[in-house]
Design a protein around this ligand. Structure first.
Ligand code: ADP
Ligand code: MG
Length: 315
């Protein structure tokens, strides 16, 4: 039996007065692609920075790969940070070589590994280019190649695909999944519900520095036992939100332009009532599968995704 990749218990972290982690506990199975899913400010980055050893928790326990974090784990745990971390005045090749030197990798083997990794992330032909000349997607792939150079067993990723276009996201995920197939556990912090549902075998929903639920996305959605209805209106539905919310069996009403998403206990009685009163104003309805966004709202009473991205999320 492999020990869990991450086992934390009762982690507490404060920035001055502000509590970022409030006794957080979590176990992440070895070999998984695991998502920490929560809105901005819920404590994801703080947790990752403690795991990578950048910050020290004020209380609680951390085990990584079955061990207390020490220098021995330095090569086995790697991280791609949320903020860009490349030196614009260094070339792609130099960026990799610096990493090799920092971790004391022996020269011929390191050079082979660098060539192989740059090849893998399609940056071989850019080895002599300054990192400042790379596209956003290329920069992320270089940061990933650099993180993989020590052959880590656990890779922490803080919103790795944020601000990438859909093509670059897909490519990055190809490489991430490849690393996972080779045995590397991925721990991903994100507020992108769609990405978590698509790629994560298991997720933890994070609110205010604690875990509110953990499980496989399908399991969490099944427990919800709710249906989700999308209504397209012929006119502006802004005033209908409060009305719909007051109906029996209605959970969560989300407005997006001319459409509303409504989670309901059961779709059929809801639709009957909707058509009775508003038949002429409804242009169309669709019953949809619940998403992790619905699960989160049910548990926490708030959304995960920022308002400007909510429409994308899993719909
Ligand atoms: P997330 O990554 O989920 O967006 P963070 O871990 O960055 O969340 O933040 C958790 C909480 O801690 C937030 O309330 C945030 O404002 C606060 N916080 C984060 N970093 C700092 C910092 N360097 N100084 C003060 N407060 C911080
Ligand atoms: Mg963050």
């Amino acid at each position: 039996m492999q020990p869990p990749a991450v086992a934390v218990r009762g982690l507490t972290y404060r920035y001055g007065e502000r509590q970022a982690l409030a006794g957080l506990s979590l176990r992440i199975p070895a070999g998984s692609v695991f998502g920490l899913l929560g809105p901005n400010g819920s404590g994801k980055s703080t947790l990752l920075s403690i795991l990578i050893g950048r910050r020290l928790a004020q209380a609680g326990h951390v085990l990584l790969l079955g061990e207390s974090p020490t220098d021995r784990l330095r090569r086995r745990v790697a991280m791609v940070f949320q903020e860009p971390s490349l030196d614009p005045l260094m070339t792609v090749g130099e960026t990799m070589q610096l990493q090799a030197r920092m971790f004391g990798l022996k020269r011929p083997a390191a050079m082979t590994a660098i060539d192989m990794l740059l090849e893998r992330v399609s940056l071989s032909d850019r080895a002599a280019a300054f990192t400042s000349t790379l596209s956003g997607g290329m920069k992320r792939r270089l940061e990933l190649a650099r993180a993989l150079l020590t052959g880590p067993d656990l890779l922490l990723l803080d919103e790795p695909t944020l601000a990438l276009d859909p093509d670059s996201r897909l490519r990055l995920w190809e490489h991430l999944l490849e690393a996972n197939s080779a045995g590397c556990t991925l721990l991903l912090a994100t507020n992108d519900v769609r990405e978590a549902e698509r790629y994560c075998g298991e997720v933890a929903l994070i609110d205010a520095g604690g875990v509110v639920a953990q499980g496989r996305p399908e399991e969490l959605k099944r427990e919800l036992r709710h249906e989700s209805v999308r209504i397209e209106w012929a006119d502006d539905p802004a005033d209908d939100v409060a009305v719909l919310e007051s109906w029996p069996g209605v959970g969560h009403v989300r407005l997006a332009g001319q459409t509303t998403h409504v989670t309901v206990d059961e779709a059929s009685p809801f639709l009957a009532r909707l058509f009775q009163g508003n038949g002429d104003r409804v242009r169309g309805v669709r019953i949809e599968e619940s998403t992790l966004e619905d699960v989160y709202f049910q548990l926490v009473g708030r959304n995960i995704a920022p308002a400007d991205r909510r429409e994308d999320n899993g719909r």
